[in-house]
Design a protein around this ligand. Sequence first.
Ligand code: FEO
Length: 402
Amino acid sequence: MTRLWVKEMYREVAKGVYYIGVDDHHTELFENLWKIPFGVSYNSYLIVDEKVALIETVKGPWSEQWQENIREIIDPAKIDYIILNHMEPDHTSSLPDIAKIATNATMIYTNKASDMQKSFYDIPLKEKTVEDLEEISLGTKTLKFIHAPFLHWPETMMTYIIEDEILFSCDAFGAFGALNEKVFDDEIDLRMVESESRRYLSAIITSYFKFVQRGIEKVKDLGIGIKVIAPSHGPIYRKDPMWIVDRYNEWTRPELEKYATIVYGTMYGYNHRLAIKLKKELIDLGVEVKLHNISYTEMSRVLVDAIRAGVLIVGTPTYDAFPFPKIWAFVNEVQGKRFPVKTVALFGTYGWGGGGVKKLQNMFEEMKFEILEPIIRVKARPSDEESEQIRLLAKAIAKRLQ
Ligand code: FEO
């Protein structure tokens, strides 16, 4: 068979423990939502001991390549356990393929995952549901299963090899970005990883920040050694596993940052002028400001700057008597992702008909945000009086960030 895809089929993580994941350079939108210009990896691992355990599968279209990776190490028919840390199809949609080959394997997952598996695939293999902290022996290696609800779904768990001190952390500590045969943290420029892991976290896991904090605490409380963190997306951390833990901890902690983020829409530039005017006033008051035109910054990058802002500032023109559609989509993210920030300032233009800012106000009131005064509503170009209102709003924002 001619192989068109990879130079290296697998990488050894520890003796008998192999990375067998794949890179996706074709999907444009992860979850059909989030741009992934640098691709993404679907990580899967194989543990070859007296028993053979497979940890996770990969997204369906990459199944053939992934099975090739397995075959480079062992005959997949010899797999004894298929461990499914998480049922989302980017981790499981090759399960039906491997199940046809590894016909003697037992699927191992949580009770909640069992229900999902039956709904998604109804695979005719044996299954074993595991309790939190339950262990199984593979011979010389012991696996411990650590339930990690909402990292990223309620059924999720992590798997830990006690003897090797390797934590397979699933979505937690993951990153966007294909690996391009550079699988380990010591082989990659971590500046890129930092940016893509924060974007991944913001896009996928913002709703579950408190579960990230709980997960980190839980693993700390277990007192287990961690030599390697092997997530299901992005690099494996063997040089400094705490590097990614510390970053996830920092990005999800409850305390917000002392900057303001302006997210605004504009059709013909009048609302843009308001945004710039407000930004200048804030800078004059010594406030750090991040600014995004919602039409031109990809949503996940907007989220990175908006989620942890001490004050969120949202500006919209009126469009069909409602907020600008892309701003509406952003507010939907604010609501759906249960932003930790709860203080907002609002501004907008209305041209000839009102409604945009008023409806934005209603939306944030419903979400129980504190809305700083004054709320700025301008027809097109601000009058002197309206410019003074902008100065007052800047002062209120600066005061809140002190
Ligand atoms: Fe990588 Fe929640 O799936």
